[in-house]
Design a protein around this ligand. Structure first.
Ligand code: GLA
Length: 355
């Protein structure tokens, strides 16, 4: 999603995990948050979005490795990074993230191959002959997927294919214009499959919990692709939320998305406090923790084969993309200093309760 979108507890028992405690300044009476490693509580991968700049900072990498088992490149695996104006491909940053993942035994989630928001000049300027465009499209996808085959079990093959409104229309882009509304998605999935016979191939979108028609269109796109024999293996729900999301919306969304039996990825979760309307800061923080817990409980209740991963869009509040528009936002599980927040404790508790 783009930056301009305005739509938008509990102590854990078990001394075993007791590594550090923190107390939010305005939570003087709340129980301290116990820093249990999230990955130790999960029966599925717990992911975090990362940028290479942070991977050399121990204050970032120590909690990262402690809590997470999967990394998603936040930006540096997108076409806008990889594909130069002249069509040359550069891989320094995604290679560095992949190397970090390999050396720490983490999975990498490939993000993202085709996205309406990235239409590199090299592609836009290709002549209009379908042949050369289709060839370049295939080459790009197979090159990128092949390179990370050993470390990336899954890919966001097409990101944000549905318009962000409640009309349920497919998004228009350079890709849809040249290769067809559904066909560019079908082709991208086929090319990714050709490069990696085992990868779980996703379409990924946002606001699926807010817009029922958008969710229905996303599901119907998945059904169309499956009926056409496309190797679609999973659905990603970004889950960029604001803390005013009504109770139950997240659980309904996850249940609904799981109805096709595909793997599910909560792929980019954050819960903005700053964008929440009509709530005091304190109330928004409380809702934030509840929403995280609701999402985690609903995800953890899915059949094991459908739980691809649960990913946070950043580690500390200070790392969040939301800070660009909302400098005081605190959308993640760890505060600026890297201490776990009440939202962290709520997620950990939801994981514990899921067993
Ligand atoms: C969308 C994309 C992500 C990222 C965020 C903003 O959710 O899928 O890759 O660009 O917007 O950080």
């Amino acid at each position: 999603m783009t930056l301009s979108r305005p739509t938008r507890r509990a102590a854990i028992g078990g001394g075993l995990f007791l590594a550090a405690c923190s107390r939010a300044p305005d939570q003087a009476t709340a129980a301290p948050v116990v820093d249990v490693p999230l990955r130790s509580l999960a029966h599925f991968p717990i992911g975090c979005a990362v940028m290479t700049g942070r991977l050399t900072e121990p204050a970032f990498t120590t909690p990262l490795i402690r809590h997470f088992s999967q990394l998603t490149p936040e930006w540096e695996m997108k076409m806008e990074y990889i594909c130069g104006d002249d069509g040359a491909l550069r891989f320094e940053a995604p290679d560095a993230i992949a190397a970090f993942a390999r050396s720490h035994g983490l999975r990498l989630h490939g993000h993202t191959l085709v996205w309406y928001a990235n239409a590199p000049k090299a592609f836009a300027e290709l002549d209009q002959r379908r042949a050369s465009f289709t060839e370049a499209y295939r080459n790009y996808i197979t090159n990128v997927v092949t390179r990370y085959r050993d470390v990336a079990p899954g890919w966001d093959v097409v990101n944000e294919p549905i318009e962000d409104d409640d009309t349920g229309r497919l998004r228009q882009s350079l890709w849809s214009q040249r290769l067809g509304d559904t066909d560019h998605i079908r082709r991208a999935l086929d090319h990714a499959r050709e490069a990696d016979p085992k990868a779980v191939l996703f379409i990924n979108d946002y606001n699926l919990e807010l817009y029922p028609k958008k969710r229905a269109a996303f599901l119907s796109l998945a059904e169309t692709l499956l009926k056409a024999g496309a190797p679609l293996g999973g659905l990603g729900t970004q889950t960029h939320l604001a803390a005013d999301l009504p109770a139950g919306a997240m659980a309904t969304c996850i249940k609904d998305l799981a109805s096709l039996g595909l793997a599910l990825h909560v792929s980019e979760m954050d819960v903005s406090v700053a964008w929440a309307k009509g709530l005091s800061r304190r109330a928004a923080e409380t809702r934030q923790a509840e929403i995280y817990a609701e999402a985690m409980s609903a995800f953890a209740a899915l059949p094991a084969r459908q739980r691809y991963a649960f990913t946070l869009w950043g580690l500390r509040d200070a790392d969040s993309w939301q800070r660009k528009d909302q400098p005081k936002d605190t959308p993640l599980l760890f505060d600026d200093a890297g201490a776990p927040k009440p939202a962290f404790a709520a997620v950990a508790e939801a994981m514990r309760n899921a067993g």
